[in-house]
Each structure stands twice: as C-alpha cells, then as structure tokens.
Design a protein around this ligand. Structure first.
Ligand code: ZN
Length: 307
C-alpha cells in the first residue's frame, strides 16, 4: 500500500516536472519579433512570460526611414512569429524577411483596420516611400488597437497553441483597459473648447486620432517623415495657422524640431509639449507603454488647447 502510494507520488512529480519545467525555462519562450516599439508593448501585454520579444525599431525610432541591420536579419531568422503594422508602414520589411530566410509567420497587426487615405499633396511628388495613398498610423485610434490586440492574440495562439488560453485571457484583460483608455480620451477632448481643437504637428501621424476623437491636425510634412518638407508647404502652414488662429504646434519625438520652431517664431502659436506619434519613449519616460503614450499625448493636447 505504502509502496504503491510512493510510486504514484513519484509519477505525479514526474508529470508535474514535464508540464511545468519547459514552460518556465528560458529556452521555451516563443521567439517573436516586433517591427516597432508600440507593437512590442502590445505583444508584451498579450504574450506575458510566454514570449521573448525582439524589437527592430526601438523607442523614439523612426520606422519610416529605418535601415535594417544584419543583426535584424539574424533576429528574424531565429523568430517563430514576426508582427508588423502593415498599411505600408514598414517599407523595408519584405526585403529583410527575404534576406533573413526566416520561416516565421508574418502577422499584420492592422489586419481588418479600415484604412484612411493619406493626404499626399503636391509637396510629395516623387518621394519614394511605397505605401501609396494609405495612412499607416492606425494605432492612434484606440478602436484600431483593439483589432491589433485581437490579431496578435490569434497569431500567438497559432504559433504557440499551448498558450492559447493564456493569450486569450491576457488579451481580454488588456482590451478592457483599452476601453477605459478610449473613454478617458473622449472625456479629455470633451473638456477642450470646440473652437480650440486644432493643432499643427510636424508630420501627418494623427489623422486616425483626429477622426476618432474630433481634433483637427494640420502638418507640413505628409504621412511619412521621409518626404522633404517643401518651402511651399511651410508657407501654406504658416498662412493656415494665422487664418485659422490655430492655438498650438507640437514637436514629435521622431521629427526635427527646428521646423516647428521656425513656424512658431513666425506665427506666435504656442509650442505644445511633445507628442508621441510613431514610437514609444524609453521605458522610464512618459510614454513607455502604448497606454501611457496615449495618456501623455492627451495630457499635452489638453494643456496646450484648454487655456
Ligand atoms: Zn509616421
């Protein structure tokens, strides 16, 4: 009797080891690559401890003009899943995937997003980013990021079926936080007087935000930071700031601040704080996560536009 119980206990212990052992070991984590910092944060939220995330374009980086390195190709080669924004944001990605020889699945986070047309105009003829007329900055609308999270959850579950339930429960907890964030942004915008909901930013990264939350963004640079800012566009913006009495201009974390400073000097519009458009800040900065980034942006907008 005693003997049999011991055998059973030993069997259970062995089983326990078999189930828990690999899942807690470092090597067992799912190797995932995110094309840029915002996607890394979403992957961290949904993937938790089960995933090991490498990020190509890191905090404060500019994915529009990114030049992948041989180390990036190595990261891709070792990955089981690569998560990208899509909508033409990562123009350099296809070549990198090919060069790396990776067998990883490439998942498009923005799948299912209703894309906005980009406002490419005469200032941008001949520039060479290849996303045509689609605006890639869909993450600036929280409703779109809910789609991103669902796509990431499904891609993780496909790459790591054992983690399906864990991914589903982490995703649903995070989706609830996104609902709260969306409500928070709407409440903050509602407190800004209607005739002051207009700003200038240095590149056209906030059309989704503007459409979702009711703020007008004007920018001299177009949707890609790759495009040259023409003198004609700067003149147009300065005219517009004067005519529309736009209260504030913003400097983004990915763009050259000198342009904004010049516009400010000529118009007297207030320089708002820093808006985060295409990248998170460093982890200990004001926009270390997607949620903190959106909160930081709405705080800056509220401060500049309310008084
Ligand atoms: Zn951008």
């Amino acid at each position: 009797m005693i003997h049999r119980r011991l055998v059973l206990a030993a069997g259970t212990a062995a089983l326990g080891l078999a189930l828990c052992g690999p899942a807690t070991a470092q090597q067992a984590k799912l190797p995932v690559v995110a094309s840029f910092s915002i996607l890394s944060d979403l992957l961290r939220e949904v993937g938790g401890d089960r995933v090991e995330i490498a990020t190509l374009v890191g905090p404060n980086g500019d994915a529009h003009v990114y030049q992948p390195s041989p180390a990036d190709a190595k990261r891709l080669a070792g990955a089981r899943l690569v998560v990208v924004n899509g909508l033409g944001f990562e123009g350099w990605l296809d070549r990198l995937v090919k060069a790396s020889g990776t067998k990883a699945t490439v998942a498009v986070a923005a799948r299912g997003v209703k894309p906005l047309e980009s406002k490419e105009d005469d200032g941008h003829k001949g520039h060479k980013h290849d996303h045509g007329s689609v605006d890639p900055h869909a993450w600036q609308d929280v409703a779109n990021v809910k789609l991103y999270v669902a796509n990431i959850r499904d891609a993780l579950a496909a790459a790591d079926p054992d983690g399906k339930d864990a991914y589903a429960s982490r995703a649903s907890a995070y989706l609830a936080k996104l609902d709260a964030l969306d409500a928070e942004i709407r409440a903050a915008v509602a407190r800004i007087p209607g005739d002051r909901r207009r700003i200038v930013t240095s590149h056209d990264a906030f059309a989704y935000f503007g459409k979702a939350y009711g703020i007008t963004f004007v920018s001299p640079q177009g949707v890609s930071t790759e495009a040259e800012v023409s003198a004609k566009n700067v003149a147009r913006i300065i005219r517009q700031i004067r005519a529309d009495k736009i209260p504030a201009v913003f400097i983004e974390n990915v763009s050259d601040p000198r342009l904004m400073e010049r516009i400010t000097k000529e118009t007297g519009a207030k320089v708002g704080g820093r808006l985060y458009s295409d990248a998170l800040s460093a982890q200990d900065g004001p926009a270390g996560t997607y949620i903190d980034m959106m909160r930081s942006n709405i705080r800056e907008l509220s401060t500049a536009l309310s008084s």
